[in-house]
Design a protein around this ligand. Structure first.
Ligand code: C2E
Ligand code: CA
Ligand code: CA
Length: 741
């Protein structure tokens, strides 16, 4: 039933002014009333209500539940509803309340029920359940009363909606904090910061974030990240004319070291000076003035940003430690790996790796000490930085080598090679000359697996250059192929040894005075399945580095003993020498293996000799002397091979358990041209004789060499002049032709 005759009366009432808190520009009241006269009186009386400065009241009107619902739907920010209970139906007002609270889920709007018929007043429980704030009899409403009710409800709404907004804002800040805290690198962190500031402010025109150095913020600062209207400024230096409009704000932030939050433009200032010397300034501009609530949220959020910058600075510091040589503060191997890892395929195709190793590094370290080495490395690094400015990337990738990543279009000229392989470095007013081995390798010359493998390939090639005493080596496909060839050879060699496919050649040794054959040297030969031969120098080196050498040598000894057995059966009692590596002699059961084999074959130990190189003997002498002694005790003679190439002095050699010295063939083939070689050979002969060694000269190729050596008293000769290494069948045919009577 509709109320039709209710009069609106104003009962004067004393009422203190209520201070309404500021915040919103427009407060909305909805009057729902089917009596148009009453509604007109009610709404016009609201016009005289006192409101805080800057607040405007908008009064909306509805005459039915339906109309009211659609207005409420369109205006979510209505603060107060003055609601007539009885309209189309007796409980229309209560129905609308249900819709507002349940369907529209608007818990904030204040609802004041008005009725002309007190009998229709809802129960207390219903008021509570529907969250109805007040209930008034129209007849009791004076103007003051109305103003007081409206003001107090508006104030309540204002506070609770601010609280709700703050809650929402806090949630936003929490989400924003979560979002920025999951970024560990500066660019993505700063991008997230700008986005989240925009979210918190609701609207945003654009923002930019500058990064600079505390020491000189004006000069060094540039825009790291930008969004919205500032997007084009990314990377621009603060001194750039494009930034003229906001430069004052930025400079002010640097000077005052604090945030400056304004209605349209806010400037935030951060620094991480306790970790590094970085300063950050964020400038954000919104398209509408921001509210007090936004400002509070921004202040809270700026705390999060601040700790975010600190975290990233700390993280960078930790990263720096992992990627830097600590004493020298130079990027290290980890850093180099990371740089290569992060390269795109095209970048790799356009990049060259130079690796330079300090020659005689260990000797210098031993002689001059660690501090000298640090100074040297630092000086080399600075020199490289001067030669290769950024974007070249320089690192100390090993304890004695640097790696430089440069573009392939930088030419490696002779002058550059010279500059990189010779250097001078001054310490305590003394100029030290240093030399380097340089490797030049295109990254795409190695099939890509991992940065570690790539670097290790480069290191192997560099090592090869160092071993071969080269100053410059280019890592070509040929070398890579060579490495993989050696790798395959190792597999093949393993198989060949297992299948006993290695053979023995015998090279005669002749007494120089009588030309009689006094011995042979057994030399290993390996013919691959495809018929090609691999040079002994090569496969012996592969066997030594892959742990196959003892198996190989044992096989050769067995074949040597078999040859001895064969020759003995033919009536030749001529000793054969076999080569042993010091690896063999380090095995405790090596001697017994050889000796058992000899016993089983029924061959006298006097017919077997062992050759071990001078270098190996001296380096490992303490460890191998017991085994050598066992050979000597059993009657097997020992020769020191390649004598003169090592660093033993004759005085040291006199202590070594051996019977024979073989002068290295490098001295023999120089005899004709070189006085020094003659002198060395002469010394070896003189002193060797004094120590009772039999002296063998190997590699005799000319009559001159033979005659000279004989005249100097050398006992035995071996070389192509007499015979090349031959297989046993050849030896059997060759021996009867010799003057061996
Ligand atoms: P080595 O023990 O010094 O052997 C002598 C090398 O000089 C042999 O090379 C021999 O063929 C070569 N030679 C002999 N006379 C002349 C000559 O007049 N002129 C020139 N230019 N060369 C001559 P080969 O057979 O190539 O062996 C090279 C090295 O391989 C040997 O040097 C030895 O260190 C190693 N080797 C060979 N067989 C074995 C083995 O069974 N075990 C071990 N551990 N090493 C072996
Ligand atoms: Ca030898
Ligand atoms: Ca030799």
């Amino acid at each position: 039933m509709a109320e039709s005759s209710d009069r609106f009366e104003f009962n004067e009432e004393n009422n203190q002014d209520v201070e309404l808190s500021t915040g919103f520009k427009q407060w909305k009241i909805l009057s729902v009333e089917d009596n148009q006269n009453y509604q007109a009186a009610l709404t016009s009386s609201l016009a005289s209500i006192e409101l805080p400065d800057g607040v405007e009241l908008t009064v909306l009107k509805a005459a039915s539940v339906y109309e009211a619902s659609s207005i409420l739907n369109a205006h979510k920010d209505i603060a107060l509803i003055l609601l007539d209970v009885v309209m189309e139906e007796d409980d229309s007002g209560l129905k609308l309340v249900k819709i507002i609270r349940d369907e529209l889920a608007n818990g904030l709007v204040r609802i004041v029920l008005l009725t002309g018929q007190p009998g229709f007043a809802p129960e207390k429980e219903v008021m509570k359940a529907l969250d109805i704030d007040e209930y008034w009899n129209k007849a009791d409403l004076t103007l003051d009363k109305l103003h007081s009710i409206v003001k107090s409800n508006l104030r309540t709404w204002n506070v609770s909606s601010q609280l709700a907004e703050a809650k929402q804002g806090l949630q936003l800040v929490l989400d924003a904090a979560k979002s920025i805290n999951s970024r560990y690198d500066l660019p993505s962190f700063t991008r997230a910061v700008l986005t989240e500031i925009g979210n918190i402010m609701g609207v945003k025109k654009g923002g930019l974030l500058c990064i600079g150095n505390n020491e000189n913020p004006y000069k060094d600062t540039h825009v790291l990240t930008a969004s919205g209207c500032y997007t084009a400024f990314e990377g621009v230096a603060i001194t750039d004319s494009q930034l003229v409009d906001i430069r004052d704000d930025i400079n002010q932030a640097f000077e005052q070291k604090q945030h400056k939050i304004g209605a349209i433009r806010s400037v935030f200032y951060f620094e991480t000076s306790h970790i590094n010397e970085k300063v950050y300034v964020i400038v954000v501009t919104s398209d509408a003035p921001i509210t007090e609530a936004h400002i509070n949220l921004l202040r809270v959020f700026s705390e999060n940003i601040s700790s975010g910058f600190t975290n990233i600075a700390l993280l960078n510091r930790v990263t720096e430690l992992a990627y830097t040589h600590l004493d020298l503060n130079i990027p290290n191997l980890n850093w180099l790996k990371k740089e290569i890892q992060n390269m795109s395929i095209t970048e790799r195709q356009e990049t060259r790796l130079l690796m330079i190793e300090v020659k005689y590094f260990d000797e210098m370290k031993f002689t001059f000490g660690y501090e000298f080495i640090l100074n040297l490395l630092k000086a080399v690094y600075l020199g490289l930085c001067a030669t290769f400015p950024p974007p070249a990337r320089i690192s100390l990738s090993g304890h004695k080598h640097f790696s430089i990543l440069i573009a392939t279009d930088i030419p490696i000229t002779q002058a550059l090679i010279h500059a990189l392989t010779f250097g001078e470095f001054k310490k305590d007013e003394v100029v030290h000359s240093t030399s380097f081995t340089l490797l030049d390798m295109r990254l795409d010359s190695v099939q890509y697996t991992t940065p570690a493998k790539l670097i290790s390939t480069a290191e192997s090639v560099l090592k090869e250059a160092v071993v071969n005493n080269l100053s410059y080596i280019q890592n070509t496909q040929r070398q890579i192929d060579e490495m993989s060839r050696r790798y395959h050879l190792m597999g093949e060699l393993r198989k060949a040894i297992r299948e006993r496919k290695l053979t023995v050649m015998l090279q005669p040794k002749l007494a120089l005075s009588s030309n009689k054959v006094v011995g042979f040297e057994a030399l290993a030969r390996w013919q691959r399945d495809d018929g090609s031969f691999v040079r002994p120098d090569e496969f012996i080196a592969i066997a030594e580095t892959s742990g196959l050498i003892t198996k190989l040598d044992t096989l050769i000894v067995e074949k040597t003993i078999a040859a001895l057995q064969h020759l003995c059966a033919l009536g030749y009692q001529i000793p054969i020498a076999f080569n042993a590596s010091s690896f063999d002699l380090l095995h405790t059961d090596y001697f017994s293996k050889v000796f058992n084999c000899l016993s089983q074959a029924g061959v006298s130990p006097h017919l077997l000799e062992l050759e071990v190189t001078e270098t190996q003997t001296i380096t490992d002498y303490e460890k191998i002397k017991a085994t050598l002694q066992k050979f000597v005790d059993s009657g097997i003679k020992i020769s020191i091979d390649d004598f003169g190439t090592g660093y033993s002095s004759l005085s040291r050699i006199s202590n070594i358990t051996a019977h024979c010295i073989k002068i290295d063939r490098s001295f023999i083939n120089q005899l004709e041209q070189d006085d020094v070689s003659q002198h060395v050979v002469n010394m070896i002969l003189t002193l060797g004789k004094k120590c009772d060694f039999t002296i063998v000269a190997e590699g005799i190729e000319t009559e001159f060499q033979k005659n000279w050596l004989r005249s100097m008293g050398c006992d035995i000769g071996q070389g192509y002049l007499f015979a090349k290494p031959m297989c046993l069948e050849h030896i059997v045919n060759w021996l009867p032709l010799q003057n061996n009577a």
